[in-house]
Design a protein. Structure first.
Length: 318
């Protein structure tokens, strides 16, 4: 048995999180989960003020709006993590630090909506306030908020999750044993943290979320990537990230991550949703298993070569 002492919420009150130990009582690895906003423009109960709204999908109830449970709250994302059935892996889901206007409990990872509500109309039938206006990804407020979130998360990792020498936790994990996984805006946050924080985590998976060129100026590569591998899964019918934009987003991701460190899996017919197909779930599970394997090899200092499908292996002469 290798049980880690669960991270104590009181040790870092600036962030809320939910933790679940590995069911096999071997907490060798840690999968950190980043929920999404969960909203899409097509399901807004008001006229959309912009064709480039961030990802939202909302339900109206009385005078407030609530988000559905699919991948948008830490406790539900923990459930998704458990469904992956990863061996020797504990789970930790973080609640985004940025509140969303007109929502009681829901949060995100950077300011995405403005309470001003410009561009919308009042709907007396719903007794609703004017809709919040989308904040463009290129807006200084959004970019500054994302950088602040990265700084906060980096401090959280070093204080609560990372074992020495990278962090201060006496019962934490080596950086290479920690992998990140997020949905939509949470996926973008996970990739950004993996590539730009310098934490040296084992990798990051993003479900339908991409880092954007607007956020990084003239950067030619992520300064903190250092071989960190990234996987993005993308649906061909995604209404938030149209398939026509994938090529340019993939090229930018590959430039930031470095040669051979970024992979993209296209999922036929999938929209902007959490994974349900065997193809996508298998790709995610294989990526996470590969990250754990690479870390185990580094720790054991064994002479092991990782071979991918299609690699030709020459037989050595005795």
């Amino acid at each position: 048995m290798l049980r880690k002492t669960p991270p104590n919420p009181s040790s870092f009150p600036a962030l809320q999180f939910t933790y679940a130990p590995s069911p096999d009582e071997l907490d060798k690895n840690l999968l950190v989960l980043f929920h999404g906003l969960g909203i899409t423009p097509q399901s807004l109960p008001w006229p959309t003020p912009s064709p480039t709204l961030p990802d939202v999908r909302i339900f109206f109830s009385g005078t407030r709006f609530t988000l559905p449970p699919e991948g948008d709250f830490p406790q539900n994302f923990i459930g998704f993590g458990k469904s992956l059935r990863l061996p020797e892996t504990a789970l930790l889901a973080i609640k985004g630090p940025c509140p969303i206007p007109y929502f009681d409990e829901e949060t995100g990872w950077a300011p995405a909506y403005d309470e001003a509500g410009e561009g919308g109309t009042f709907m007396p039938a719903l007794n609703a306030a004017p809709p919040p206006a989308a904040i463009p990804l290129s807006a200084p407020r959004h970019i500054a908020g994302f950088y602040q979130t990265r700084t906060l998360l980096t401090e959280f990792f070093r204080t609560v999750l990372l074992a020495a020498p990278g962090g201060a936790s006496t019962s934490g994990w080596p950086a290479g044993r920690i992998t990140l996984l997020g949905f939509s805006q949470g996926g973008r946050c996970a990739v950004d943290l993996a590539l730009f924080s310098g934490l040296g985590v084992g990798g990051a998976v993003s479900i339908g979320g991409w880092i954007e060129t607007e956020m990084y100026g003239a950067a030619v590569a992520a300064p903190g990537a250092d071989g960190v591998r990234v996987l993005v899964t993308q649906g061909t019918s995604d209404e938030v990230v149209p398939v026509r934009e994938v090529a340019s987003k993939k090229a930018f991701l590959e430039r930031m991550a470095g040669p051979g460190n970024a992979s993209v899996v296209m999922v036929e017919g999938k929209g902007h949703t959490m994974p349900t197909s065997e193809v996508e779930l298998r790709a995610i599970a294989q990526f996470l298993a590969s990250a754990a394997f690479r870390c185990a090899v580094r720790e054991s200092d064994l002479d092991v070569i990782e071979i991918s499908v299609g690699t030709k292996v020459e037989r050595a002469e005795p």
